[in-house]
Design a binder for this molecule. Structure first.
Ligand code: FE2
Ligand code: FE2
Length: 180
C-alpha cells in the first residue's frame, strides 16, 4: 500500500467522525440539550484517531517528504489547518465543561461540533487534491519510506485493541443516531 492510500483509508474513518459531529450539532440545536456522554465520545475519537494518530502521520512523515519542493507551501498550509482543528476541538471541550457546570446554553457546543465537521470536510477536500500532486511528485521508493514511518506510528499509537475500540465507538454513535 502507498502512503497516500493509507491516508485515504484513514479519511474514511475521519468522514464518519465528521458526519457524527454534524448530526449531533443538529440534534443539540433542535433540542437545546446536550447528550454529554455522546459528545465526550466524539471528543475521544477526535483526540485518539484524528489528532494523535492521523494528523501525526501527516505531520511527522508524509508532509516532510516534500520539504524543499514546490509542494512545501501547500503542505505547510495543511498543517496550519490542523492547528485550527485543534483549536476548535479545545473550544468544544471547554464549552462542554461550561454546559456541565450550568446547563445554560447548549448552542456553543452545537456550534463547535458543526465548526469541527466543516473544518474536517474542507480540510480533507483540500488535502485530497494535494494527494494527487503528491503521488505525481513523490516516487515509489520515497512513499515506501513514508509507509515505514506510518507503520512505526501505528505500532506506537494505534494498536489493534485501540483501533477496535475506536471502530466500536463509531458503530455505537452511528447506531444511537439512527434511533434519534
Ligand atoms: Fe490533514
Ligand atoms: Fe488527512
Amino acid at each position: 500500500m502507498s502512503a497516500t492510500s493509507s491516508l485515504k483509508e484513514d479519511h474514511v474513518i475521519v468522514r464518519r467522525i465528521s458526519s457524527i459531529a454534524r448530526r449531533y450539532a443538529e440534534i443539540i440545536y433542535s433540542s437545546n440539550s446536550v447528550p454529554v456522554d455522546d459528545v465526550k465520545k466524539v471528543l475521544i475519537l477526535i483526540e485518539m484517531f484524528i489528532d494523535a494518530y492521523h494528523h501525526c502521520k501527516e505531520e511527522c512523515s508524509y508532509f516532510p517528504a516534500v520539504d524543499g519542493s514546490m509542494l512545501e507551501d501547500e503542505a505547510r498550509a495543511l498543517m496550519v489547518e490542523h492547528e485550527l482543528g485543534r483549536r476548535i476541538a479545545r473550544m468544544l471541550n471547554s464549552n462542554l465543561d461550561l454546559w456541565l457546570r450550568d446547563a445554560r446554553s447548549s448552542e456553543p457546543v452545537a456550534r463547535m461540533l458543526k465548526a469541527y465537521a466543516e473544518y474536517l470536510d474542507l480540510h480533507m477536500e483540500r488535502e485530497e487534491r494535494f494527494f494527487s500532486s503528491y503521488d505525481a511528485f513523490v516516487d515509489e521508493h520515497e512513499q515506501d519510506r513514508v509507509m515505514d514511518a506510518f507503520n512505526a506510528i501505528r505500532r506506537e499509537r494505534m494498536g489493534d485493541a485501540r483501533l477496535r475500540t475506536i471502530l466500536s465507538m463509531l458503530d455505537e454513535l452511528e447506531g444511537s443516531l439512527e434511533v434519534k
